[in-house]
Design a binder for this molecule. Sequence first.
Ligand SMILES: Nc1ncnc2c1ncn2[C@@H]1O[C@H](COP(=O)(O)OP(=O)(O)OP(=O)(O)O)[C@@H](O)[C@H]1O
Length: 633
Amino acid sequence: MDFSRLVRAMPSTAVNGTDDVSFTQLQPNILDALIPGYSLISKYIIATTGVDISMFVTALAICFGTIKGGQYLLTQFERGFRKLVMSSVYVNDTDDLFDQVMDWLDHRGNLLSKRSARAKTLKGSNWDDASNTTVSDAIGDDGMFDYNKWAARTPPRFEPWYGRNFVWHEGSLFLLRRLKREGNRMQISWNNRGDEDQLQIDCIGFSIQPIQGLLRTIKVWSLGRQRNTTTIRHPTPKDHGRGSGTWSKTSSRPSRPMETVILDATQKNTIIKDMNEYLHPLSPKWYANRGIPYRRGYLFYGPPGTGKTSLSFALGGIFGLDIYVISLQEPTLTEGDLMQLFNSLPKRCIVLLEDVDAAGLVKRDDGSGKTTSRKIENPTTSTEAGSTSAKTQANAENKSESEDVGSVSDMLKVVVRELRKSAPISQRGDRSANAQNGKKVDNTISLSGLLNAIDGVATHEGRVLIMTTNHPEELDPALVRPGRVDRRIEFKLAMKEQIRELFVRMYGADDQQLKFGNDTMPKIEQNGHLSNGTLSKPARKEAPIDRNANGSDNDELSTMTKTEVRELAVTFAAQFSDHEYTPAEIQNLLMRYKKQPKTAVEKVDEWRQEVAEEKLKQQRAREDKEDSLGRDS
Ligand SMILES: Nc1ncnc2c1ncn2[C@@H]1O[C@H](COP(=O)(O)OP(=O)(O)OP(=O)(O)O)[C@@H](O)[C@H]1O
C-alpha cells in the first residue's frame, strides 16, 4: 500500500481537520492509493458501461478493513491474554502422545467443528473400525465375499480440521491447536502431517497442572484402547522427508496369544520367566547396584518358519511392549541411522533385529589392518507353500562342497561360491538385487557399527533385544558374547507333539487353554504376569464343533466333537517323523483344509510328495543360478 500517495490524496483541510470532509469526494483518491491503477479502471468502466463503481468498491474496502482489523485485534488480544493468564504445554508429533491426543479428539465427536471435518479412509491396521460391518453385508450376489462391499460399508473416520478446539474436561476449559512449522513461522493446521508438527494445549490459569491431568486422562484412555494389541514400528523410510533414523508406527494388531506359538514348554517358560524378571520394576536398581548395564539380549536361531518372529510378537503381547523391528538387510540403512534408531528407543520395548547373519556385516578389523567380509547366503524363501528349511539347504550345500568336487563344473561351482563370499557386499545377495532394481546400495553396516549401536549410550537401557538368525554358526563371537546375548533359544523343525498341537489349535482352538503342555507349569495371566499353574480346563460339553458361519457342504468340523478332533490330531501327527518339516509348513498344509480335518489327515502323503517336488525345483533353480554365475565369471 502506498501511504505517501494516500496522505497526498487527502485534502489539507481533511488532514488538518478544520473543515467537514465529503467522504465521497475522497473516494477516488483514497482508492487510487489503496488499489494502484484504480482511477484508470474506474474511468474505463464508466466510459464503457456508464456505471460508477466507487460506492461498491468503497463498501468492499470498508468490509475488508473491518474484518482484517478485527482479526488483528482479536489475535493481539488472544496473545496478550494467553501471555498474562494462560499456561501452555506443547507436544511434538514424534511423540506417541501426539497421536493419542489426536485419537482422543477424534473420538469426542462433539469436538468437531459443525461446519468442517476431515474424512479419512481407514487403513487395514485398525482392526476395530470395521466391526460395524456384518459378514452378510459383504457377500455378493454370487455368494462370494466382495471386498468392495465390505470396504464401502466401513465408515471413514472424521477428524478435526483447521481451527481451534475447545475441550471441557473436569471443570477446566482447554484450547487445543495443531501447529505446523514452516520456516520460522508456526501456522495452524490440522492433520497436514508433515515435519515438525506440534500440538499446543492451553488452559486458563498460572499452572500447567490441569493440562497434566488432561494428558493423564488421555494416556489412560489410550491404554484402554490398546489393550490386547501390539504396536509394531519400523525405521521411517528415507523418502518420507522426516529425516533418517526415526521410527514409524507400521501397524497395531491384536496381540498374538502365547499359546498359539507351539514350542517346547520348558523353552517357552524359561524365556517368559527370564523376561518377567528382567522387566520387574525393581530390576534396574538390582543391575545398578552391581554395575551391570540394564539390558537383556536373546538370540533366536533356527530354520525359517520355526516361530522366531511369532514368539517375539507373542512376548510383546504378554508384556505389553511395543516392537521395534530393524532388518539389517535394508539397503539404505546406514550406521548413523542405526545408532540414531537405537538412541531413540523408549525405555521399555522389544527391539527385533532380524536376520543378523544375512546383514552382510563386515568383520571387525582383526588388528592386521584388514577387514574381512561376511558371507551372505541367499536366505531360504519361506513361502507358505513348501518352504525349504535352511538346515536342509545348508546340508545340501555342505554335502556338495565335501563330496561333489569331482568334475570341472563342480569345481567351478565351489569357486563361484567362494567368489561370492568375498565379493563386496553391494554385489551380493539382496543388495545385489536391489542394485539391479536401481536402489541405492552404497552403505554397509560393519560389525563394529552394529556393536556400537547395540551397546550404545545409557539412554536405551531397559530394552529387550531379540536377534534372529537362520545361521548362528556364521555370527561373529563378539556379537553374541554374554552381555549382548544373554540367552540363546534354538528353534527346530517340528516334533510330532508340536504337529499334534498345531492340529488341535487349528481345529479346536476354542477349547484350548493357556498351557505350556504341562499342567504344573505356570500360566500367563492376561496382564502378562505368571501365576501358579493349574490343571487345564476340560472341554465343557461334548457337542459338535459348530462354527458353520457360512456353511459349506464339505465342512467336516460341524459334525465333529472336540474329543474326535484331539484323536484325529494323534493320527495326523503319527504320519510325520520328528524334525521333518517346519511348523510353518505344517500350518500351510492345515490351512488348505480349514474345515476338513479328516481330509487333512488323508492328504498328508499327497502334500508330502508336492513339497518334495517343490523343494527339488528350488534346489535345481539354485544350481542353475550358480552355473550361470560360474559361466559369467
Ligand atoms: N512354533 C510355531 N508355532 C506356531 N506357529 C508357527 C510356529 N513356527 C512357525 N509358525 C507359523 O509359521 C509362520 C512363520 O513363522 P515365523 O515368521 O515366526 O517364523 P520365523 O522362524 O521367524 O521365520 P524366519 O526365520 O523366516 O523369519 C507364521 O504364520 C507362524 O504362525
